[in-house]
Design a protein around this ligand. Structure first.
Ligand code: CP
Length: 315
C-alpha cells in the first residue's frame, strides 16, 4: 500500500482485516513507527477520525501532529497557475511540500460542498495533496469516500457475525441537514468486497451513485429490505440524483425497535455522530442490538493496520 485514498489501495482486504483484529489483541505500543511522524490535517470537524488515528499512530510508536487546517491554517489555493491576489495565502504545492518534510505520512479530511457534483467528484483537496506530497497520503474522509470508516465496518462485521454469509442492510435515515454520500459510498463499496448478502434501502430520489452500487439490490421499501437482516447499517445521505438536496420523504425512516422485529435480532451499526430519535431511536441505541460503540472502538485498529502497512511499504 503506497497511499490510502480509496478502498482500491488495499491489496488484500482479508489480510488487512485479520491484521487489524490481531492488533486489537495487543495492548502495548509497537515500535514499527519509532522515529516517524504522522501529520493529520482537518479541514472539517471530527471526533472519532481525529482521536482514533492519533491513538493508532501512538500505538505504532509514531509522533503525531494534528492541525485544524480549515480554521487555523492559511487559506489554500488549489488551482494551478492561479494569480493569488485574493483571499488564498498559500498554494497546496508549498503546503504539501513543506508537510512532506515534517511528516512521514499525511492524513487529510476534506468534505464536499454538495453544490457541484463534478467538482466534488474531482476530489480537489485530497488529490492535490496526493499529487504534491512526497510521502503517503491517507483519506480521513473526503468528498466521496471514507475508506477508514469502511474498513472499520468490515472489521466489525467480521468479528460479530455468527454465520458465514450474513445479510447486511444499508438503510437510509432522515436528517435535518444535507450530508455527504462519503460513508455510504465506501460502505457499499466494501460490502461488495466481502462475503455478505448486501442490500440497500432508501426512499425514491436517494439512490447512491450507480457506479458504486453496481449490481447491489436497492429496495425502496424499508420493511421489505430489513426482513431477516443480521446487520442494519443506518446512515443518512443527501440525494445524489438531485445533488446535495434534502428531499421530502413521506414515510418514517427512523430506525426503531418496531422495525427490527422483522430482522434476525439484527446488530445495528452507525458511523457516528448520530442524531438520536431522528436517525436511530433511543430504544435501539440503548438496546443490546446497538454495536455503535464497539464499531467506533474499532476505528483505532483500522487506522493502525493502515498506518502500519504504509510504514512497512515506505521503508
Ligand atoms: N465516523 C466519523 O468519521 O466520525 P468523526 O466525524 O467524528 O471523525
Amino acid at each position: 500500500m503506497k497511499n490510502y485514498i480509496t478502498l482500491s489501495d488495499i491489496e488484500n482486504l482479508d489480510d488487512l482485516i485479520k491484521e487489524a483484529l490481531e492488533l486489537k489483541k495487543i495492548d502495548w505500543a509497537l515500535d514499527t513507527g519509532k522515529g516517524k511522524t504522522v501529520g493529520l490535517l482537518f479541514f472539517n470537524p471530527s471526533l472519532r477520525t481525529r482521536l482514533s488515528t492519533e491513538k493508532a499512530g501512538k500505538l505504532l510508536g509514531m509522533e503525531v501532529m494534528t492541525m485544524n487546517a480549515g480554521k487555523d491554517g492559511w487559506a489554500l489555493e488549489f488551482e494551478d497557475g492561479a494569480v493569488m491576489n485574493s483571499d488564498k495565502a498559500e498554494h497546496v504545492k508549498e503546503a504539501a511540500g513543506v508537510l512532506s518534510q515534517y511528516c512521514d505520512i499525511i492524513g487529510i479530511r476534506a468534505f464536499p460542498d454538495l453544490i457541484d457534483r463534478d467538482k466534488d467528484e474531482a476530489e480537489i483537496v485530497l488529490n492535490a495533496f496526493r499529487k504534491y506530497a512526497t510521502v503517503p497520503v491517507v483519506n480521513l474522509e473526503s468528498a466521496t469516500g471514507h475508506p477508514l470508516q469502511a474498513l472499520t465496518d468490515a472489521i466489525t462485521i467480521s468479528e460479530l457475525k455468527d454465520k458465514k454469509r450474513p445479510k447486511v442492510v444499508l438503510s437510509w435515515a432522515p436528517h435535518p441537514k444535507a450530508l455527504p454520500q462519503s460513508v455510504p459510498n465506501s460502505f457499499a463499496d466494501i460490502m461488495q468486497k466481502i462475503d455478505v448478502d448486501f442490500v440497500i434501502t432508501n426512499p425514491n430520489g436517494y439512490d447512491l451513485n450507480p457506479a458504486i452500487t453496481k449490481d447491489v439490490s436497492v429496495i425502496h421499501d424499508q420493511e421489505k429490505a430489513l426482513k431477516d437482516a443480521d446487520f442494519v447499517y443506518v446512515k443518512n445521505w443527501s440525494s445524489y440524483e438531485h445533488y446535495g438536496k434534502v428531499l421530502s420523504v413521506k414515510k418514517d425512516w427512523t430506525l426503531n425497535q418496531e422495525k427490527l422485529k422483522g430482522t434476525k435480532n439484527a446488530k445495528v451499526m452507525h458511523c457516528l455522530p448520530v442524531r438520536r430519535n431522528v436517525v436511530i431511536a433511543d430504544d435501539v441505541l440503548d438496546s443490546e442490538n446497538s454495536v455503535v460503540l464497539q464499531q467506533a472502538g474499532n476505528r483505532t485498529f483500522a487506522a493502525q493496520a493502515v498506518l502500519k502497512r504504509l510504514l512497512e511499504n515506505s521503508d
